[in-house]
Design a protein. Sequence first.
Length: 376
Amino acid sequence: MMDELGKSIPVSEGMIDAEQGGERKQPNEFCLNCGTKLLDTFCHHCGQKDIPQRQTLGELWTNFISSFWSYEGKFFRTTRYLITKPGFLAQEYCAGKRERYYHPARMYVFISFVFFFAFFAITDSDETDKSEKETVELTEKEEKEIAEKTKKGFDQVVKFTGDSSFVALGDSIQKQVKASSDTTKSKKKKKGAANFNFDDVAEYKTVEAYDSIQLTKPQSDRDNWFVRLVSKRVINVRNKYGEDSEKLGEEFLSAFKDNFSKVLFYLLPFFALLLKLLYVRRGYYYSEHLVFSIYYYNFFYLAGTLQILVGLVPWLAWTSTFIGFWIVLYLVFAMKRMYKQSWRKTILKYLVFSFLFIILVVIAFAITAFVVFLSI
């Protein structure tokens, strides 16, 4: 696991390849790694390049730079094609042209990590800033000071003008200030991340009490296994959090966020399965649909990351909208290039695919929300 993590870092890639790279200065008869007789520059058995057994510092540095540059070139070339040529990389991979591009699975791990890191870091920061702004309210002391100043001001107006109608106006304004403050406080109380209603099982204080009531009922009137499961969990959650629905909502959303990336990952094989069903007559292997799906996921995470980053710069807001449109349209062009069908068939299958996949997404997140609720 640590080896794979190390290889996913560009510098590590460069260091590893530096051991195998560089110009061929001292060809060996046998591979230094596995001992197989060499037939060409690279060993046909293990793939290691024929390099001198010992390297000078200059040779090591030269090999490191060339290997690092090769990695960078492969990564950015793959990224450029991923963004600008939908379906091209999947087409190339299925055609056997794989070495010139960054591996899709390794890119998925890297890009998805960057996306979710940016997504949760920035959204959490935005929620904190918004919460701080919305919870700015008048303290009781400030309300009292404003009320006193307002009263004094209107008393002076009445004394100066002799018009008592200003008293009623002053009272009206003070009531509006107090009502505005009360509304703000009410919003703060209601601002919990989620609210849950336990009225259906409010009569049961403990799970034991619920079980006892169930046993007194005829078999036909008892709750089924699913209702019992939910009811018992509701009772436990209510006893744990009491009336603090805000804390419950925060913990629920926190647990749900932890499973967000997993849900999208688990949907990946279903993404490929839908494509397999839609193009069953085209003769593609399921694995080829899976490669196509991984590349689309890579694009989605990459475009999503760019959208998040440009959203931080006010004068680049229009770019975020453009990226959003490209995310929606990208799959149509990718399907057209990969499966080589007419635009009419491609658009029709795209609409069918989108409808079915959205249903799968809703089901997946509903199941995840239920599992999270059972686990908090």
